[in-house]
Write a protein that binds this ligand. Structure first.
Ligand code: 13P
Length: 287
């Protein structure tokens, strides 16, 4: 069964650890993350971007695949299926398709419009028992080869959005998606502390979990971060493992091409990456 992320994140915030959101792209990704969460007795959030949702043949297909896997693999740890960086329309589609959690990223709208749209979604999600993540202050990343620095959110705007009754809040604190540039200034802990002070018990979300040094992750958790998103690191692990397999000529061994064998090293690499992150975030044994 899929659950809202509310309870797992409330517990994480109180217990000073973070639940990992790992983005999924296909069956192997999903199976690797679910099995690792079960082996680690850890709650987990499966993230689905709008692009990944399209690739996997739409949100209904994703819901069917994830629910089927939870049952067939005997997964008993709490699993939330969450739309990542959703548009307003995307959030509504995912709610209809059966996601248990959605993110509405209104950070590119003027704050008034972000508030109005987030407020409407709070009403819908509350009625259905779903969790809702909102964003303030855009999270940078690579676009057309240019790496933008992560923006720092205005703590007062964060409070305005938090007060609408969202479940969790993603606030930019200098974090960016993908690989960090060599001259990255690091996370702004002053901004994080100011946001935490104004938003109280609200679980805070750290996007761009790939490549943030372990000590910064731990400090962020101590300052109120209770959900950390990881995507690129699983992609890189999958890529490296698959490349090594092909370069060693293993895909040409035996009789004929077997896609299941080709994808197996990447599957194991994702499992190892997820376990390593769960250890760092402190969520092992917290299911
Ligand atoms: P990374 O790709 O940097 O791990 O970020 C993931 C993320 O924040 C998804 O929303």
């Amino acid at each position: 069964m899929l659950v809202s992320a509310k309870e797992m994140l409330t517990k994480a915030k109180a217990g000073k650890y973070a639940v990992g959101q790992f983005n999924i792209n296909n069956l192997e990704w999903t199976k690797a993350i679910l099995l690792t969460a079960q082996e680690c007795n850890s709650p987990v959030i499966l993230g689905v971007s709008e692009g990944a949702g399209k690739y996997m043949c739409g949100y209904k297909t994703v819901v069917g695949m994830v629910k089927g896997m939870i049952e067939e693999l005997g997964i008993t740890v709490p699993v939330a299926l969450h739309l990542d960086h959703g548009s307003y329309e995307g959030a509504k589609k995912c709610i209809e398709a059966g996601f248990s959690s959605v993110m509405f990223d209104g950070s590119h709208y003027p704050i008034e419009e972000n508030i109005a749209k987030t407020k409407e979604l709070v009403g819908i999600c509350n009625e259905l028992g779903l969790s809702l993540e909102a964003e303030v202050g855009s999270i940078g990343g690579e676009e057309d080869g240019v790496i933008g620095a992560g923006e720092c959110a205005d703590p007062n705007e964060c409070k305005m959005i938090a007060d609408l009754g969202v479940t969790m809040l993603a606030a930019g604190i200098g974090n960016i998606h993908g690989k960090y540039p060599a001259n990255w200034a690091g996370l702004s802990f002053d901004t994080l502390a100011a946001i935490q002070e104004l938003t109280g018990t609200m679980p805070l979300v750290l996007h761009g979990g790939t490549g943030i040094p372990a000590d910064m992750i731990q400090k962020a958790i101590s300052l109120g971060v209770s959900k950390i998103n990881v995507n690129t690191e699983c992609q890189l692990a999958f890529q490296e493992a698959t490349r090594a397999y092909i370069e060693a000529g293993k895909d040409r061994e035996g009789k004929g091409f077997d896609p299941r064998k080709l994808l197996a090293p990447g599957f194991e690499a994702i499992k190892a990456t997820v376990k390593e992150k769960m250890e760092l975030f402190g969520s092992i044994g917290k299911a």
